[in-house]
Write a protein that binds this ligand. Structure first.
Ligand code: SIN
Ligand code: CO
Length: 388
């Protein structure tokens, strides 16, 4: 499959040679790209209290001064001519035209995408040399930015003393490029990078998320523990006589290992937890559910109304085996629910369509389970009713 945003490289080639491995510069990933949002509109978003934004001033009262939004008009009036940058998180949640660009990345699992962050920088501005623990595509949206890439880093890489920012103490330039609108740079996790605005410049960061091993283990074990009773315990009915009552023996540890493995190594539990975890909304407060019964829903659809996925919702699905029969597990914004396998087409449709209408839902509307699910997703807030 040739992927336009990868300069027509195939998904196979990109995944084999670059993904999580090495950087890739794609000139004119989006030819003649014109950003649907400008610097003023981005600054406007940063005035809103529900939007996460930051401004970094390279030469403030202290080096690399960090300010958190929401900002005011006054903040912008007082900024210097150069060497500052504004960063606005999850712009895809607030501007549907921007969320549409995430579709260009659907050769990767959607649940791996974290958000689309946008930075706007005055000449000389940037966030300094740093590394991230996640993959990122940096799309140049306006003006020019010089990107340098450096060494591979980890938690032991020396940082400048700073209470909040992780700026590298040293940077070994390995390569550098000037990106113009439409150019894009892919960076694997942990590779040092340093972007500097050459003009007033806007950069989109399509960031991916990968839970840390510590996060997986703590959250998954908490999840599994919810299903365990007080009687599920370490047991040693096969105990052999002890030589020294103070000794913990290999065989005792082997029992413990078996206990852990037996409780944790359950495909369906693992999948349920993972799907729920990866579809947790970033802004759950934006999911605004409301009651809807099947009759009201069909009337609404018949009158031309449609259902749209809430920008805050995350949906995913998987195949499972349930009581020996194939089934489908749907994950919707942190929850999960099994469905019979014959609904797979419907579930895929739900997860892939932006708008659900009478027309495109028609094949499933005579199935009670499908209609009930639509009502539940509206109640949960993952789907929103929209009048056409
Ligand atoms: C930026 O857009 O200035 C920073 C993006 C990044 O380095 O991840
Ligand atoms: Co970065």
């Amino acid at each position: 499959m040739n992927i336009p945003i990868l300069g027509n490289m195939t998904a196979e080639e990109f995944l084999r040679d670059y993904w999580q491995k090495k950087p890739l510069l794609i000139r004119q990933a989006i030819p003649d790209f014109v950003s649907p949002i400008d610097g003023d509109e981005l600054a406007g978003l940063s005035l809103e209290s529900e939007v996460e934004s930051r401004i970094i001033l390279e030469h403030g009262e202290e080096p690399w001064e960090l300010h958190h939004g929401p900002f005011t008009e006054q903040t912008y009036a007082e900024l210097p001519e150069s060497h500052w940058t504004l960063l606005v998180q999850a712009v895809d949640q607030f501007v549907p035209d921007i969320a549409d660009y995430l579709k260009d990345f659907e050769f990767l699992p959607r649940w791996r995408i974290d958000d689309l962050m946008i930075s706007y920088a005055a000449p000389g501005g940037g966030v300094g040399p740093h590394f991230d623990n996640y993959d990122v595509f940096l799309l140049q949206a306006e003006g020019r930015r010089e990107w340098k890439i450096g060494q591979l880093c980890d938690s032991d890489s020396p940082l400048l003393p700073h209470p909040d920012l992780r700026i590298l103490d040293s940077f070994e330039t390995a390569d550098s490029w000037v990106l113009e609108p439409g150019d894009m740079l892919y960076l694997p996790p942990r590779l040092a990078h340093w972007g500097t605005a050459l003009d007033n410049c806007m950069t989109w960061s399509i960031g991916f998320r990968a839970p840390s091993s510590a996060e997986v283990i703590t959250h998954y074990t908490d999840f599994v523990a919810r299903f365990l009773s007080d009687e599920d315990r370490y047991s040693d009915a096969d105990l052999s006589p002890v030589q020294d009552p103070a000794e913990i023996r290999r065989e005792d540890i082997q029992r413990l290992r078996n206990l852990i493995l037996q409780q944790l190594d359950d495909d369906n539990l693992l999948l349920s937890w993972f799907g729920q975890h990866m579809t947790e909304p970033r802004y759950p407060e934006f999911l605004q559910g409301h009651e809807l019964d099947a009759d009201t829903l069909s009337g609404f659809l018949q009158e031309g109304g449609c259902l749209a996925r809430s920008p805050a919702a995350r949906l995913a699905w998987s195949r499972i085996e349930l009581d020996g029969a194939p089934a489908i597990l749907l994950f919707a914004s942190g929850s999960s629910r099994p469905f019979p396998e014959h609904l797979v087409g419907f579930i895929q449709h739900l997860c892939s369509q932006d708008l659900l209408t009478m027309d495109n839902l028609r094949p499933w509307l005579d199935r009670d389970e499908a209609v009930t699910l639509l009502c539940e997703l509206v109640k949960q807030g993952s789907l929103e009713c929209m009048d056409e």
